[in-house]
Design a binder for this molecule. Structure first.
Ligand code: ATP
Ligand code: MG
Length: 472
């Protein structure tokens, strides 16, 4: 109780952000939030209740990080983080549903219905007392500190704004508002030191530049080329999370290209190497790049339309081309289509899995999408109906459309399935299947070799095999 009273008094003491005569070098610029474009109606009720609860108990509390950045850009934040001078235990006492999580970085999840607000205690600036690895990477960050220290240890100026929705103010310690207005990515503090403390910051810098289409400040990018290799010391799981965020940023292809431009892709993120520098003949390389580019463009469109992205589908697209190349090679060696595909998948997955640290659930998902592909070519009898009722039909169908667009599937196959999918009722579907089978029977024999010598299939029947077609 006494501690709370002292804290309340401290809020009005000199040195506090709202007071006058602040401690030198630590003063934030105070903005009226509504005047810099923040619409309080875009703040979730959970975030407001968290800030309110903490302030009423005598603590400081602000919405921080990505949410403030997004609010200033007029976007609805996808989640809300709150920063406070209350310790995790204090926070847990204030809210009915709250639990402390994290080891390297302890924080509290406060739950309101389906919404989770992440509450973190102001951290002290990284100093000599922080536990680091041999390269200077901070391993544990649980030393609590002052608000200005918390601001200084955030990554970018645009991510270091503190918004109080109750008083309609934004506290800005590092010219983040100015950088947001001039669309600039700038790291806080001395860039080299900040990247050594946490090499993932290099990836974040690139990701935010791509996502927001902001310019990168020269001082921020200058040390990256020399330090890029430090990424190799970062645990794979963290890199994987960062990759997912980049791929779901709405600017995935340009994000990958930026990674490459700054030398952040080599060795450390094998997937990026594989995607941007595919193997194979010149034609195969072109096809692989075209496939990935198209897949990522469609992903970006979905993100921009606010639609959900399946991580399985994303990785199925990124890893597909090596599988396809291998599959075709095995077929050329006389292997049957379906066993060939199984074998190609096993080989690529075995090779990549350790290096990519993709979760097992995601691997199962992409395997399923790939294995559906040959089934799209079987259009007789009950086969199309069985495929349509498959749980992953939609993903498999979307994937087929991508393959067809780069000439990896018989031309017209996608359109056939679109017609089948959109046909009204079983009867129409059955008619379509029957029509197709009659035409198929009259225009070709089952052996592709012989078919080539016989009369070509009638034009426009949607059954002509394109180069690299997968019919077996
Ligand atoms: P988004 O969630 O949209 O990707 P974000 O900025 O909210 O963006 P988070 O990873 O959720 O990103 O992090 C929340 C905040 O924590 C950031 O805005 C930043 O202030 C701080 N932060 C996150 N990662 C780091 C880091 N590696 N180094 C320093 N500060 C960081
Ligand atoms: Mg966030």
């Amino acid at each position: 109780m006494i501690r709370k009273l002292l804290r309340s008094l401290a809020r009005f003491a000199p040195g506090h952000a709202h007071g006058r005569g602040h401690a030198r070098g630590h003063d934030p610029k105070v903005h009226k939030a509504s005047r810099i474009g923040i619409d309080r109606r875009l703040v979730s009720s959970g975030a407001i209740r968290t800030v309110e609860g903490l302030q009423q108990a005598g603590y400081k509390a602000f919405v921080v990080g990505g949410a403030v950045r997004d609010l200033m850009l007029g976007l609805r934040p996808k989640d809300f983080d709150v920063a406070t001078d209350a310790t995790p235990e204090d926070v847990q006492h204030i809210f009915r549903r709250a639990r402390i999580i994290g080891k390297r970085f302890r924080l509290v999840h406060v739950l309101f219905g389906p919404e989770t607000i992440e509450v973190s205690t102001f951290r002290a600036a990284a100093g000599d007392d922080h536990e680091t690895d041999a390269h200077g990477r901070v391993l544990r960050d649980n030393t609590f500190g002052e608000q200005h220290e918390d601001a200084a240890r955030r990554d970018l100026s645009i991510n270091a704004l503190y918004y109080d929705p109750l008083s309609d103010t934004v506290l800005d310690y590092h010219h983040g508002v100015e950088d947001l207005q001039s669309r600039r990515i700038r790291i806080i503090g001395q860039p080299e030191r900040r990247y050594r403390e946490d090499p993932v910051r290099m990836l974040r810098v690139v990701r935010f530049a791509a996502k927001l289409q902001f310019d990168l400040e020269a001082k921020t990018t200058e040390p990256i080329a020399d330090l890029a290799d430090l990424i190799q010391n970062v645990p794979q799981a963290r890199l994987f999370d960062e990759m997912i965020k980049l791929l779901q940023s709405g600017q995935a292809f340009s994000g990958l290209q930026q990674l490459r431009r700054y030398g952040l892709h080599h060795g450390c993120l094998p997937l990026v190497d594989m995607v941007l520098e595919p193997e194979g003949s010149e034609d195969e390389k072109q096809q692989s790049l075209a496939f990935v580019k198209l897949a990522l463009e469609r992903t970006d469109q979905r993100v921009q339309q606010g639609k959900p992205i399946s991580v399985g589908f994303l990785f199925a697209s990124l890893l597909w081309c090596p599988v396809y190349r291998h599959w075709k090679k095995l077929e050329a060696q006389g292997m049957k289509s379906v066993p060939g595909l199984h074998e190609a998948i096993d080989q690529v997955i075995d090779q990549q899995l350790d290096r990519l640290s993709i979760q097992k659930r995601v691997v199962a998902d992409l395997r399923e999408i790939w294995l559906l592909q040959p089934r799209f070519e079987k259009r007789n009898g009950q086969a199309p109906f069985r495929l349509l009722s498959h749980l992953r039909f939609r993903a498999g169908y979307d994937f087929l459309l991508l393959r067809e667009a780069v000439g990896q599937a018989p031309e017209g196959l996608g359109a056939w399935w679109t017609e089948f999918l959109e046909a009204e009722g079983e009867e129409h579907r059955a008619q379509l299947v029957q029509r197709t089978n009659t035409r198929q029977a009259s225009s070709s024999s089952p052996r592709p070799r012989r078919r080539r010598r016989s009369k070509p299939a009638a034009q426009g029947d949607g059954l002509v095999l394109s180069e690299g077609g997968t019919e077996s």
